[in-house]
Design a binder for this molecule. Structure first.
Ligand code: C5P
Length: 288
């Protein structure tokens, strides 16, 4: 039996970084939103694990988060089942879009389905935190206020739709290096709870405390953001630790496509309690 699932990207509608913790992580408060930009992963039970991916830059050994997820699932359930995994990669890497974490969450969900649901979604969320800070979010229903190092997930009802473009320049950024360059003393002391209330009351405002450190590491990123604003978008914000941006509103971005920049027109994506994420295609039928 095989199972094919979408593995969506996320954006951070706002991202506040608070204190650096003794364990080296940072306390954060962020409104996460899943989007329709998705990898597609096919899973089937097998004797031994075997991972393939369409993007040859993605490691297919035990350093890949999907293998970590399979190992963790087996350790926590006692099930000794191998799995074949094939990833069709559409989400750019080193982009702040959570692609690797999403793939890990999707693997936990798929193994749980293929093995007869030995675990609850809450179990999978708790286990996912051991793989990466963003993994539990992807087991939410697509919109969540995340705190702690990102693993404390408070479900938020789905937000009104917004059309957005995801764009990523060719340079990528490593998450750890951006967090290392973060300086609290140079950050505006915004109250994340107030911003959350704003979203819930239909008055959204977007910000990302990791933009300044990312721009200090890669000044071309700031120039790239300015280009997007001049192109006509009403808001342009880096997602997570970058280097992708989400752009709200309308603008002529044909020039970016000509320059070979990754561009994807996305929407918010939510799922119902019992079902994994599915995408509506233009004529209204379910693609998966
Ligand atoms: O949890 P994850 O492995 O995705 O985090 C990657 C790196 O990002 C961590 O090793 C850490 O350097 C940084 N990070 C952080 N604070 C967070 C999340 C990530 O400093 N809340």
């Amino acid at each position: 039996m095989s199972l094919t699932l979408y593995s969506p990207a996320k954006i951070n509608l706002f991202l506040r970084i608070l204190d650096r913790r003794p364990d080296g992580y940072h306390e954060l408060a962020s409104l996460f939103q899943a989007i329709t930009l998705s990898d597609v992963i096919t899973f089937s039970l097998a004797k031994k694990d075997h991972l393939t991916c369409t993007d040859l830059n993605v490691p297919v050994d035990s350093s890949n988060l999907v293998i970590k997820a399979a190992n963790l699932f087996r350790a926590r359930t006692g099930i000794t089942q191998g799995i074949n995994i094939h990833i069709v990669k559409n989400i750019p890497i080193e982009a702040g879009l959570g692609g690797g974490s999403s793939n890990a969450a999707t693997t936990l969900w798929a193994l749980n389905e293929l093995c007869g649901r030995p675990a609850s979604t809450r179990d999978l969320m708790n286990w996912g935190a051991d793989i990466g800070s963003d993994v539990p979010f992807f087991l939410s229903q697509g919109t969540a206020y995340c705190t702690g190092r990102g693993e404390c997930v408070q479900l938020i009802p789905s937000l009104p739709p917004l059309d957005l473009w995801i764009v990523k320049p060719s340079n990528g950024l490593s998450t750890a290096s951006v967090y290392r360059a973060f300086k609290q003393s140079e950050t505006e002391q915004r109250n994340p709870e107030q911003h959350l209330t704003g979203f819930l009351e239909g008055i959204p405002s977007f910000f990302n405390d990791l933009e300044a450190p990312a721009f200090s590491l890669l000044p071309q990123l700031q120039e790239f953001k300015e280009k997007l604003i001049i192109a006509g978008f009403s808001s342009v914000l880096m997602s997570g630790s970058g280097s992708s941006f989400f752009c709200i509103g309308n603008a002529d971005i044909a020039f970016l496509k000509e320059e070979g920049v990754f561009c994807f027109k996305a929407k918010f994506l939510n799922r119902s309690h019992d079902n994994w994420y599915s995408l509506m295609i233009e004529n209204g039928s379910i693609a998966l």
